[in-house]
Design a protein around this ligand. Structure first.
Ligand code: AP5
Length: 208
């Protein structure tokens, strides 16, 4: 199972990826999570990425492409992977295709989680993330339901940054829908339904 999850910020890619990983044991490759871990560790990648992330702008391709290639090589990704937040533009999609070809692999499906912009703004304003395990929840989760860790609000979930992230998605990432459609790999789910209903459809679309 080699899947690319597509969708605007807040569409529910991370939420659906966590469910697929829990059920099927494949690797969850979230470039946003990897970058946030680098920022937290104050690594040289994190220092370079932080200002782009805070502004809701894409981190430069040269910082992210090699990171993903290395991650795809890791042991836990050999059984399959869910790419969440990558590729984010056509250059990254082409780099991914090239890297997978070199590894003798390919994408099985690019699944678009489709949600309208007004729903997204409400969701992201209410999102909370676990500081310990990265669980994605809402403002209703005072502590993490998975590990009891402290929940926090991401810096880029402020209203003005959310709007910019949606603009960046429209301009740079949404052309990937056409990119994968042309390759016969695109599937789509309506992400504006309860999480478990969306998940049933996700599995259906992926033939799982
Ligand atoms: P990243 O972390 O990838 O953020 P994103 O794409 O903006 O995605 P999100 O994590 O915001 O949303 P999601 O679709 O995963 O939704 P979620 O499941 O959390 O990227 C952050 C930044 O890092 C970027 O801006 C950029 O700077 C940089 N970056 C990352 N990758 C990069 C790359 N490849 N190239 C360059 N730069 C890169 O759900 C959202 C909320 O909704 C949650 O509260 C959740 O509980 C709730 N929810 C989910 N599903 C439902 C549902 N069905 N019904 C009701 N609520 C729901």
């Amino acid at each position: 199972m080699n899947i690319v999850l597509l969708g605007a910020p807040g569409a529910g890619k991370g939420t659906q990826a966590q469910k697929l990983v829990a059920e099927f044991g494949v690797a969850h490759i979230s470039t946003g999570d990897m970058l946030r871990a680098a920022v937290k560790a104050q690594s040289s990648l994190g220092v370079k990425a932080k200002s782009f992330m805070d502004a809701g702008t894409l981190v430069p391709d040269e910082l992210i492409i090699d990171l993903v290639k290395e991650r795809l090589d890791a042991e836990d990704a050999q059984k399959g992977f869910i790419l969440d937040g990558f590729p984010r533009n056509t250059a990254q999609a082409v780099a991914l295709d090239d890297a997978l070809e070199t590894m003798g692999k390919s994408i099985d499906s690019a699944l678009l989680v489709d949600v309208a912009a007004d729903v997204i703004v409400a969701r992201l304003s209410g999102r909370r993330t676990c500081k310990v395990c990265g669980y994605t929840g809402t403002a209703a989760n005072e502590v993490c339901p998975r590990c009891d860790g402290e929940m926090y609000q991401r810096d880029d979930d402020k209203p003005e940054t959310i709007k910019h992230r949606l603009d960046v998605y429209e301009q740079q990432t949404s052309p990937l829908v056409e990119y994968y459609q042309q390759r016969g790999l695109l599937n789509k789910v309506d992400g504006d339904r309860p999480v478990d209903v969306v998940y049933l459809d996700v599995k259906d679309q992926l033939g799982l």
